[in-house]
Design a protein around this ligand. Structure first.
Ligand code: SF4
Ligand code: SF4
Length: 310
């Protein structure tokens, strides 16, 4: 029997709440993005998700050059004579400059919220959820890096009859998988490659735990869709896709793979964080023809396959 009380006071760090999403589970969904990720994929389109702490973003395109931020910063972290303008070693992400920046060039990514505040936000969408058979999807980063917070949100959703999904890297302790699974209607599990060397080189972590967790989730009877970002020069080849599809097929309980073509939409966020985007300029979105070829490969192995967006 599941313990239903929800700890409404549990606090976590959220960096975005996105409404009316149709790509991350059934129906119309609200996506709660939690901050922090144990992986560091070079192509990450949400680089502000990776650090678990709050971070200052500076978008020079919105700056009018009023210098108010420079006067207000007690840490002397703003210097108009440097390219990035923000000295990240001095900045403590206090957000005081954000208050003074009327054009919105400075923004803090990450907000502490209680479970109650998150659930209150979700209540606003209850009619949409009901009408579209939609619900809530936890995303990140890796939402289970804040496992206690995520768990209370999921419990709160279930107690209100809201459908729940999670987008996960799978790079989490097995006991956390077991803890949250009873509260999830759908798991969207990223498997980027089954090649351990590539995983270590491009993602900065072993694939072992992810593949083991895929098996664990499948053995526990979870409803799982495997999602594969298709990244040129990493896994955009027949062998890589075949290996992921064969591994998925071997798990018995997973029937579907979504292939998500690489895009560069997060590029501007790297600039705002003062970070370099590590994917070369000549790496482009895979063609429709390539994606359809991979879809056929997955289907021939006996799985359903969609080409999606991420
Ligand atoms: S307060 Fe905002 S608009 Fe003014 S100089 Fe600073 S970043 Fe630019
Ligand atoms: S967030 Fe705080 S420390 Fe960082 S630049 Fe702004 S005022 Fe200075």
């Amino acid at each position: 029997m599941l313990k239903n009380e929800v700890d409404l006071n549990k606090i976590g760090t959220v960096f975005n709440i996105q409404r009316f999403s149709v790509n991350d589970g059934p129906g119309i969904r609200t996506i709660i993005f939690l901050k922090g990720c144990p992986l560091s994929c070079a192509w990450c389109s949400n680089p502000e998700s990776q650090n678990k702490n709050k971070e200052l973003l500076f978008n020079i395109k919105n700056c009018t050059g009023c210098h108010k931020c420079e006067t207000i910063c007690k840490m002397n972290a703003i210097n108009f004579n440097t390219d990035n303008r923000i000295d990240r070693d001095k900045c403590i992400n206090c957000g005081e400059c954000v208050e003074s920046c009327y054009p919105g060039a400075l923004v803090i990514s990450g907000k502490e919220m209680s479970v109650k505040e998150v659930l209150d936000e979700l209540n606003k969408e209850s009619v949409q959820f009901r009408r579209s058979n939609g619900g809530v999807t936890l995303s990140g980063g890796e939402p289970l890096l804040q496992d206690d917070f995520a768990l209370e949100i999921l419990k709160g959703c279930k107690s209100r009859g809201i459908n729940t999904a999670i987008e996960t890297t799978g790079y989490i302790n097995k006991n956390i998988v077991e803890k949250v699974m009873p509260w999830l209607d759908l798991i969207l599990l990223d498997i980027k490659t089954t090649d351990e060397n590539k995983h270590l080189k491009y993602i900065g972590a072993s694939s072992k735990l992810i593949l083991e967790n895929a098996k664990l989730m499948s053995d526990l009877g979870a409803n799982i869709i495997v999602r594969v970002p298709i990244i040129p020069e990493f896994n955009c080849d027949i062998k890589s896709i075949e290996n992921i599809a064969k591994f998925t097929k071997s798990l018995n309980n997973i029937k579907e793979i979504h292939l998500l073509p690489y895009h560069r939409l997060g590029l501007n966020k790297y600039e705002c964080l003062g970070r370099n985007y590590m994917v070369r300029d000549d790496i482009n979105t895979p063609s429709e023809e390539t994606m359809l070829k991979f879809k056929k490969i997955v289907e021939n192995i006996g799985l359903k396959c969609n080409i999606g967006a991420h």
